[in-house]
Ligand binder design. Structure first.
Ligand code: GLN
Length: 278
């Protein structure tokens, strides 16, 4: 079969709007190890039988719900191409708000210490390291498998010299003080039906839910972070669209100052931050 025939077949199989057409392209690129320009530049090229089979099997897995990012093994975040496996949460576009929030508080030439707790694929830590070359970024992760994905991403992006990776839970492996601490922790309540839908079904459970009321990891992080922030340092974390109020109340109770919640592009409360003045 030719590239064009395979693409038509893929689009029919996945059927539906433009997103699905794009998915067929991404899966075909993966199967024939080419980029998207080749699909359009050489539509009449014949594709070897084994690669056709690979494509059909990817289509089948997609039809069974497996996320495109796991099938292609990549996802872009903050314009950085990241490797993703089933050991890590798939980076979400709304998490770019966490990066933006942190960057707003870090001057371009700052030589600060920054920590990303529960880094997963490394998305947030890598985005910050790429934007603030003089900062020292520390990323923690309790899953060894996830940490090795993050390390590989740092290597691929040639950012490994600016990031220190630590195996361990939240702040536990860290020492010293930081000017900025960020996290995209698990915040979905364990009984939320959302966990049984879409991409979430295939993602590491511990990256999505703290296993209880949804605020458990956030509460732990907010309490402990007070011991790790330099005077005037900032904590910023992502949370669910309905957790803004709880997040603000928590930070206020813990004596953080300047507590505010920011909204993502969909207009939902998504990131709360506060300053620690000791
Ligand atoms: N936003 C994710 C979701 O849609 C949850 C990510 C997280 O728990 N950090 O489920």
């Amino acid at each position: 079969m030719t590239i064009r025939e395979l693409l038509d077949h893929g689009r029919r199989m996945l059927a539906g709007g433009s997103t699905r057409a794009l998915e067929a392209e991404l899966l075909l690129c993966r199967a024939i190890a080419a980029d998207r320009t080749r699909l359009y530049a050489c539509p009449e090229d014949p594709v070897p039988e084994s690669q056709c089979e690979t494509f059909f099997s990817l289509l089948q897995r997609r039809l069974e719900g497996e996320p495109v990012a796991y099938l292609t093994g990549t996802r872009e975040f903050w314009s950085l191409p990241l490797k993703v496996t089933r050991d890590v949460l798939i980076p979400r576009p709304e998490t770019e708000l966490l990066v933006e929030t942190a960057l707003e508080s870090i001057p371009a030439d700052a030589e600060w210490r920054i920590a990303d707790l529960g880094t997963g694929s490394g998305a947030v830590a890598l985005a910050l390291a790429s934007e603030r070359p003089r900062c020292e970024v520390h990323a923690t992760e309790s899953s060894q498998a996830a940490l090795s994905v993050a390390r590989r991403n740092a290597g691929n992006l040639q950012l490994q010299s600016r990031i220190f990776f630590h195996l361990g839970s939240w702040l536990e492996p860290l020492e010293g003080k930081f000017q900025v601490i960020v996290s995209n922790p698990p915040y979905v309540a364990s009984n939320d039906s959302h966990l049984e839908e879409g991409d979430c079904r295939f993602e590491p459970r511990q990256a999505l839910t703290p296993g209880s009321d949804g605020m458990a990891a956030i509460r732990h992080i907010a309490e402990e972070t007070r011991n790790y922030l330099a005077q005037g340092g900032m904590l910023a974390f992502e949370h669910g669209h309905d957790q803004g109020h709880s997040a603000r109340r928590l930070l206020a109770q813990l004596a953080y100052d300047d507590v505010i919640t920011l909204r993502d592009l969909a207009g939902l409360e998504r990131v709360t931050r506060g300053t620690w003045n000791g």
